[in-house]
Design a protein. Sequence first.
Length: 143
Amino acid sequence: MRIYTIGYEGATMAEFLAALAAAGVAQVIDVRALPLSRRPGFSKTPLTGALAEAGIGYVHLKALGTPAAGREAARKGRHAELKRIYAGQLELPEAIAQGAEMLALARETPSALLCFERDPAGCHRSLLLAAVAPGAEVVDLFA
């Protein structure tokens, strides 16, 4: 199975949509705990609309997002702390269920996991895939 990831940090909506289209992504799986953004167009409602206009589906899997303490650790560059906090998040029943849902969605439709950080190494989406889809082919897109 192939799963794409994309972070919109520093990207315009046009660049973001172009990167998804070039890769053949048909669905975005938003793995932000809070699907809000200070970047214009990247909060849940306008993002859903822009993706729909481009023919790309949208699914929000909130339980796969990073809790507040993990987001703070990531902002401060404390990756080991983020990893520990996020591992605990993935043990929650709703995260287990949404992890299975994420895999089912990605198996049926070319999908990209969405979060803010451009570099997946500094983002929880790399931790998510390592835990939930260790055998997947991961392709990181850059908008």
